[in-house]
Structure formats: structure tokens, C-alpha cells
Design a protein around this ligand. Structure first.
Ligand SMILES: Nc1nc2c(c(=O)[nH]1)N[C@H]1C(S)=C(S)[C@@H](COP(=O)(O)OP(=O)(O)OC[C@H]3O[C@@H](n4cnc5c(=O)[nH]c(N)nc54)[C@H](O)[C@@H]3O)O[C@H]1N2
Ligand SMILES: Nc1nc2c(c(=O)[nH]1)N[C@H]1C(S)=C(S)[C@@H](COP(=O)(O)OP(=O)(O)OC[C@H]3O[C@@H](n4cnc5c(=O)[nH]c(N)nc54)[C@H](O)[C@@H]3O)O[C@H]1N2
Ligand code: SF4
Ligand SMILES: [Mo]
Length: 747
């Protein structure tokens, strides 16, 4: 038994770093929190946000009973058996009437929880559902499309050791995203032998530490990045040997870059030409270059082209497969299905990595098309708040025949559901994420439950198992031999599983369910939900045999045991730098540089001008900036914040003077899609003509005293699902043309 004073290892769930933390409980509250030094990735590091996790775990926002919607829009509490059987019957009916492909799945995990979503596939496959999406399809799919062609994998920079670190539309001081971000950024800034390049219109906390701050005009990154890459080519600063030995298709790319008019493009992105050339020369002179692109380009015009161009920086420098460079890496489970591209049933939009672009979801529902989506399951996500055009999304939800939401809280999305299923929180069940993106040492952290599930709630693996059972499509008898084999031991189990899947291929489709039902009961108390990890551990050991052994695990079973035992996380693969080449999927293990569609877009920059503003909407509004107290929609209680309580609209002093806005006053923001009122903050970091609003605001919350709160602006009342990248369909949240008018002066 643990006592109240024990420090228990777990992780922070507020961003994809999932820093290891230790928690002291008082009753059911996370009373004290500190960084866990034994965590192999974060090594004791946390940011300010982790200390506030009790506001996620406890509060009146927690759901404690399955809910069923009444015709009048209210909800009745129902028991789990009723909920499960009605939901299963509802989906079976929709499958019978319209086919399983009309059942759409969204989410599957947020910043801290991917284990539950690993079980959803069994239910969906059993029904014949084929289309799904998640937040990744409104940020990372353009980059994934580029990566699929270059290498077939996902790359990450090794900032801890890079001589030059480049951040493109990325503010890691606030948004983190790689281990120990602030420590690493400070080290880079202090070390005269290392440099930092930041491309951002805002003087962010990261930009303040930069040696080269390329303060682009919002939405002009393609021109800036083209000029940077062109400098490497035109000044002959490339690593020719690397290109000869490790790259194919370079010539057409170099040819396109030779044609780039650098001085003119510098002017178009409003960055001094000498600064661009200086940054390019610094990159060229470096032994190692690591690059991180994020939402500032991924959610802005020309986003897929910008992904391509920034990758040219490290490729032309040959900064791959060496310390401090850019790396491919192993996966415990890939976040997207790599390389896969298909099309959506109604609009034919690109399905990249298996994900339907978030922005087309309403179009796939609000239509008479026979193949439209008719039903939806949302797990651990709040799309009615986090996807473009909240209003249209709500209309789409209302047009669906059946909506089920699995969440810990009554969210904006849950309020549109026919059934809401209450999940145990991430501190009440075993959890893990597949944000395992590091190289050469890649880590995986299984967290054990700190607390019993809140009464009335269930962990997702159990929810999905009940739903699959209720479908009645898997014969429970057929699982009996596997149960028996599992009791006999792992070796017997593996053999029996192979045989069972051979005898009945349909079992492969519901594998996570089979593992949960048969291996689950033999696992240590409380860990049944980790059964799917046994399968993933086997796969990792087969896919990366040497790297897994080098990390100290003899085989898949040993890896699985290490995962169950390693309370602070483990290293699951340990690579050597040369191994990077082995992760390239092309048979020649070379980077395939030519992407004709994007070279055509690069050429078309010549006749284009950055910017989408007009007389009616003259300001560029970035909707969804990461700040010190934002964490997507994970914490609803506004009292978790220590400052910026209203999520202020940041504007430059010039714009404030021109528009008649006062610091602390309020303003009306209007876009072609919507309108909202916000508190104004005059901020010298902003460029004239550019304003910003944070993400994670506009969530309603009723506190324990019954007071209702609705702080800040819900970002996506202002965005339109039409504003999106032509390749990947990713939204332009950072580039919304807007009008800002004074509403009132501060009192
Ligand atoms: N504190 C906090 N951290 C988080 C999160 C959170 O909610 N809060 N969320 C996590 C998630 S899900 C994600 S995806 C990451 C996102 O992490 P980031 O992408 O770093 O976050 P943002 O602040 O959205 O955008 C980054 C930068 O883009 C800049 N930008 C705006 N327009 C342009 C442009 O036209 N060009 C360029 N080059 N830059 C531009 C902004 O000024 C901003 O500094 O953060 C993660 N970390
Ligand atoms: N305008 C604009 N929109 C944006 C962005 C932007 O910058 N601007 N950023 C986008 C980005 S990058 C992202 S990643 C998305 C994020 O948006 P979403 O994908 O909606 O994800 P989260 O906000 O993380 O929502 C997590 C949900 O999971 C629930 N939850 C927490 N723990 C558990 C659990 O254990 N089980 C279950 N079942 N549920 C749980 C929470 O209550 C919450 O409702 O927002 C996107 N939307
Ligand atoms: S918010 Fe991210 S960086 Fe901060 S402690 Fe949590 S996981 Fe670590
Ligand atoms: Mo994100």
C-alpha cells in the first residue's frame, strides 16, 4: 500500500512532452507535484503548467454517469448496461441501413492519453467503419504528406546537441514539444558556438533568445524559406557529398532554387536580405542543423510548400544521421498510418496518413450524398470547439443520426451527443502516449493509476470491450482457448494467438479486444488495459530487433515486462546514428527530394503576393496562440490560470493607436465568419497589422458554488472551414483576415 506521503511517478498530460512527474496525494487530490528525475526524457524538468494538474483531475466538470439525450435537449443519467446496449444497437442499425463506412470516428487521445484509443479500432473494424480523424489532420498532415515522399517517416531535430537550431512558426519557450525545452533553449542562447534561427512575425520568448530572428510578414514564410534555401544553392553552400551519396532527385529542386530571386523574395516577406543570407550561411557552416516547424506555418497559407522548403535546409546541409541533426525514429505505434493517401467519400479530399482533413468533416455530413457520414463517435477530443467554424460543426452534428462522446467532462461536443460516456481520468487508469519521437534513444512511459476510477466512470479499454461484446459479432467461446493459453504463459499465448488468427482472420481486425479479453485478465492487478501494449512490444521487437536489444530488452516479452515495471518510463530503442538511413522506406535508403507538385507551387510564388487581407478585413489575426496558461481544452476550470485570465487579444502599439484601442479595454473582432468581444493587450511583441488570440479559451465552466464562467474567446467562432491548404486541407488558423474595433475603454 502507498501512503499519503509517497511520491508516485506519473506524467503531465498538458502537452506532448508528457514530462515525468511525481505526485503526493491527499485523499483524491494531486496535492503536491514535482518533476521526476528518473524519467529518461524529461529528467526532472517541468514547466509551470504541471503544478496545476489537480484542476484537471478534480472538480465539478467531471462526469459520473452515462447520459442519454432527451428530445427536449436535456440529459438523463442511465446505467452502463443500458447505455452500452442502446449504443451498440444504434450503430448496428446504421451499419445495416447505410453501411459501416458511414460511421465516423474522431479523436482517440489528447496530449496525454493514447492507450484508450488503441482499443477503439476493434469496435470500428467490427462495424466496417473506415474513416476517422483527429487534431493531427488540422496541423501535421501537410508535413506528413511531404515526409511520406522524402523518407516515408517522421523526423525530429536533436536540439539538445544541434549547432544550429531553426524554429519555423514555432515558439518552444511556450509550447515546448521537445524534452526540457527551456533548459535547451537557454543553453543554446548562452553558448557562443551554437546559434538559433527563429522565423516568426512575433517577438516571442523564443525569438528573444535567437541569433537570427527573421520577423516575417504573417503568411509569407514560403518566400522567406525559398530565399533561405536558394541562398544555400546560389552561394554553393550545400553538402555536395551528402547529396551525391544519400539523396535522389536533387537536380530539379536545385534548378528551381537557382531561379529564386532572393532579393525580391526578401522584400516580399519583409525580412532584410542580409539577414536571410546571414542565417543561410550560418546554417551552411554548421556541422549539425535541427529544424522544428509548427503551427505558425502549418496553419498558414502555403503550409505544405513551407514544410517542404524548411526540410530542404537540413537536407541540403546534409544534417542527417549525425549528432545534433535531424532524425527519423522508431515508433511504439505510429501516430498516423505512414504513406497512406486515399480520398473522402463525399468531397474526395485527400486522406493523408489515414486521416480525413478536419476542415472537410462538415461537408462530408451536410449533404444528400448517399455516402455521407451518418454517425460519429468522439473520444477524448472536443471538435465542436477545436475545429474550424464551430457553428457549422454544430449544424453537422445535429444532422447526424447518432453521436456518442467519450470524455471526462461535459464538453461543447458532449452537449451535442445522443449519448455521453464518462471516462476515468488519466490518473485513474493505466495510460500512455505514442508521442515517442526521439532519436537515438526513444522512450516510452506507461503510467499506472494513482487513484481508483471516480465512481460511475470506466477506463476506455473497458468501455470499448463492453461495446464490442454488445455488438455480438465475436463469439466468446472462440476466445476460451486463448484465455487458457494466457494462463499457461506468454510463449503458449503467442503461439495460440497466431493459430487463432490463422483459423479466423476476422480476429485480426479486433485484435486489441482479443488481447484485452484474453491476456488482460492475466496481467498484474489494474493493468488489464495494457494488454494491447503486449502486441505493440512484440511488433517493436520485430521491427527494430537490434535497437530494442541495445536498449536492454532481449525480446518483445522482455520489452513488455520492462514497460510494466518501469514506473518512470523506459528507453525502448537505442539506435546508432547510421541507423537513420535504415528508417528511410525507399529501397535505396536515400532521401527522394523531388516533389513535382510543390516545385510547381514554388515556381508560382513569383507571380503571387503574400497576404489575404482586404479593406474590409485588414488585420491578420492568429487564432490560437500557445501561452503560459493555455493547454488546449484539457483544463476547463479557469481558476487554473495565474495570469491572462481573459485570454487577451494582443495588438501592436501602432494598431492600438490607429484603431483607437486601449490596453485593458475591450474590442470587437469580426471576420468573414463570425464575431467576438475580447480584452485588449497592447503588446510590443506584435507586428503592426498582426493580432493574436490564445487557444483553449471560451470553455464554459460552472464552479462548485454554481457560478458560471466563460472566459475569453472560443477561437473557432472566428474561423471558416473553407480557409485551408490545397494539398492537405489543413486550416489557416494563424492567418484569419479580421477587423478590430474598440468596444469600451478600461474602467
Ligand atoms: N502552453 C501550451 N503549450 C502547448 C499547447 C498549449 O495549448 N499550450 N498545445 C500543444 C499543441 S497541441 C501544439 S500543436 C503545439 C503548437 O506549438 P506552436 O506551433 O509553437 O504554437 P503557436 O503559439 O500556436 O504558434 C507558434 C508561433 O507561430 C507564430 N506565427 C503566427 N503566424 C505566423 C506566420 O505567418 N509565420 C510564422 N513563421 N509564424 C507565425 C506565432 O507568432 C507563434 O509564436 O503546442 C503544444 N504545446
Ligand atoms: N483556432 C484554432 N483551433 C485550434 C488550434 C489553433 O491553434 N487555433 N489548435 C489545434 C490543435 S494543434 C490541436 S492539437 C487541437 C486540440 O483540440 P482537441 O483535439 O479537441 O483536443 P483537446 O483540447 O486536447 O481535448 C481533449 C479532450 O479530452 C478530454 N479528456 C481528458 N482526459 C481524458 C481521458 O482520460 N479520457 C477521455 N475520454 N477524455 C479525456 C478533455 O476533457 C477534452 O475534452 O486544437 C486545434 N484547434
Ligand atoms: S505542459 Fe508539457 S512541458 Fe509543461 S510540464 Fe506538462 S508535459 Fe512538461
Ligand atoms: Mo496540436
Amino acid at each position: 500500500m502507498t501512503t499519503a506521503t509517497d511520491w508516485q511517478p506519473t506524467a503531465c498530460i498538458l502537452c506532448e512532452c508528457n514530462c515525468g512527474i511525481e505526485v503526493q496525494l491527499e485523499g483524491r487530490s494531486l496535492a503536491r507535484i514535482r518533476g521526476d528525475r528518473n524519467h529518461p526524457g524529461s529528467q526532472g524538468y517541468t514547466c509551470n503548467k504541471a503544478m496545476r494538474l489537480d484542476r484537471y483531475q478534480n472538480g465539478p466538470h467531471r462526469l459520473t454517469s452515462p447520459l442519454r439525450r432527451r428530445p427536449d435537449g436535456g440529459y438523463d443519467e442511465i446505467d452502463w448496461d443500458t447505455a452500452v446496449s442502446e449504443i451498440a444497437a444504434g450503430f448496428l442499425r446504421i451499419r445495416d441501413e447505410h453501411g459501416g463506412a458511414s460511421i465516423f470516428y474522431y479523436g482517440g487521445g489528447g496530449q496525454g492519453n493514447h492507450l484508450g484509443g488503441a482499443y477503439s479500432g476493434a469496435f470500428l473494424k467490427a462495424l466496417g467503419s473506415r474513416f476517422r480523424s483527429s487534431a493531427l489532420a488540422q496541423e501535421k498532415t501537410g508535413e506528413a504528406w511531404v515526409d511520406a515522399q522524402l523518407t516515408g517517416g517522421h523526423t525530429r531535430g536533436e536540439f539538445e546537441h544541434a549547432e544550429v537550431s531553426v524554429f519555423v512558426g514555432k515558439n518552444p519557450w511556450m509550447s515546448q514539444s521537445f524534452p526540457r525545452a527551456r533548459v535547451v533553449l537557454r543553453e543554446i542562447a548562452k553558448d557562443p558556438a551554437r546559434s538559433m534561427v527563429v522565423i516568426d512575425p512575433v517577438v516571442t520568448d523564443t525569438a528573444k533568445l535567437a541569433d537570427y530572428h527573421l520577423r516575417v510578414l504573417p503568411g509569407s514564410d514560403a518566400w522567406c524559406l525559398a530565399a533561405l534555401a536558394a541562398t544555400l544553392v546560389q552561394e554553393e553552400l550545400m553538402d555536395e557529398r551528402f547529396l551525391d551519396e544519400h539523396v535522389t532527385g536533387a537536380e530539379p529542386v536545385l534548378e528551381a532554387l537557382r531561379d529564386v530571386p532572393i532579393a525580391e523574395y526578401a522584400e516580399r516577406c519583409r525580412v532584410d536580405e542580409d539577414l536571410i543570407r546571414g542565417a543561410a550561411r550560418r546554417i551552411a557552416a554548421a556541422d549539425s542543423v535541427a529544424v522544428f516547424e509548427d503551427l505558425g506555418v502549418q496553419q498558414a497559407p502555403n503550409s505544405t510548400l513551407s514544410s517542404y522548403l524548411n526540410k530542404l535546409l537540413w537536407i541540403l546541409n546534409g544534417s542527417f544521421a549525425k549528432p545534433g541533426g535531424q532524425h527519423l525514429h522508431s515508433w511504439m505505434a505510429p501516430l498516423m498510418r505512414p504513406g497512406r493517401v486515399g480520398a473522402t467519400p463525399v468531397t474526395g479530399a485527400p486522406v493523408i496518413g489515414g486521416l480525413t482533413p478536419c476542415n472537410v468533416i462538415p461537408d462530408e455530413i451536410l449533404t444528400d450524398h448517399p455516402d455521407r457520414f451518418r454517425a460519429m463517435i468522439v473520444e477524448s477530443s472536443n471538435p465542436a470547439h477545436s475545429l474550424a467554424d464551430s457553428q457549422r460543426f454544430r449544424e453537422a452534428f445535429e444532422a447526424l443520426e447518432l453521436v456518442v462522446v467519450i470524455d471526462v467532462a461535459m464538453t461543447e461536443t458532449a452537449r451535442l451527443a445522443d449519448y455521453v460516456l464518462p471516462a476515468a481520468s488519466q490518473y485513474e487508469k493505466p495510460e500512455a502516449t505514442f508521442f515517442n519521437l526521439e532519436f537515438p534513444a526513444n522512450h516510452f512511459h506507461l503510467r499506472h493509476a494513482l487513484l481508483e476510477p471516480l465512481p460511475g466512470t470506466l477506463p476506455e479499454p473497458e468501455i470499448w470491450a463492453r461495446l464490442v461484446r454488445a455488438l455480438g459479432l465475436v463469439d466468446p467461446e472462440a476466445l476460451e482457448p486463448l484465455r487458457e493459453a494466457a494462463r499457461a504463459g506468454r510463449g503458449a499465448y503467442a503461439a495460440a494467438l497466431m493459430k487463432a488468427m490463422g483459423d479466423d482472420p476476422a480476429l485480426t481486425g479486433v485484435l486489441p479486444f482479443v488481447l484485452y479479453e484474453t491476456l488482460g485478465p492475466t496481467l498484474p492487478e489494474g493493468l488489464a488495459g495494457t494488454a494491447a501494449l503486449w502486441g505493440l512490444a512484440q511488433r517493436a521487437a520485430m521491427t527494430y530487433p537490434e535497437a530494442v536489444r541495445r536498449a536492454g530488452h532481449a525480446d518483445g516479452d522482455a520489452l513488455f515486462d520492462a514497460i510494466l515495471e518501469g514506473r518512470s518510463g523506459i528507453t525502448f530503442t537505442l539506435d546508432e546514428y547510421e541507423d537513420d538511413f535504415g528508417y528511410i522506406i525507399h529501397p535505396d535508403r536515400r532521401i527522394a527530394l523531388e516533389i513535382p507538385e510543390l516545385l510547381a507551387e514554388l515556381r508560382s510564388l513569383r507571380d503571387a503576393r503574400p497576404g489575404h487581407t482586404n479593406d474590409e478585413f485588414p488585420v491578420v489575426l492568429s487564432v490560437g496562440e500557445r501561452r503560459s496558461y493555455t493547454a488546449n481544452d484539457i483544463i476547463r476550470d479557469p481558476a487554473w490560470r495565474k495570469r491572462d485570465m481573459d485570454g487577451a487579444l494582443r495588438v501592436s502599439a501602432e494598431d492600438a493607436a490607429r484603431l483607437g484601442l486601449a490596453d485593458g479595454g475591450s474590442a470587437r473582432i469580426t471576420t468573414a465568419r463570425g464575431s467576438a468581444a475580447a480584452t485588449v493587450e497592447v503588446n510590443e511583441a506584435m507586428l503592426p497589422g498582426h493580432a493574436s488570440l490564445p487557444n483553449g479559451f471560451g470553455l464554459d465552466y460552472t464552479d462548485a458554488d454554481g457560478h458560471e464562467h466563460l472566459p475569453g474567446v472560443a477561437p473557432n467562432v472566428l474561423t471558416s472551414s473553407d480557409w485551408r491548404d490545397p494539398f492537405a486541407g489543413t486550416p489557416w488558423h494563424k492567418h484569419v483576415p479580421a477587423r478590430i474595433e474598440p468596444l469600451a475603454w478600461p474602467r
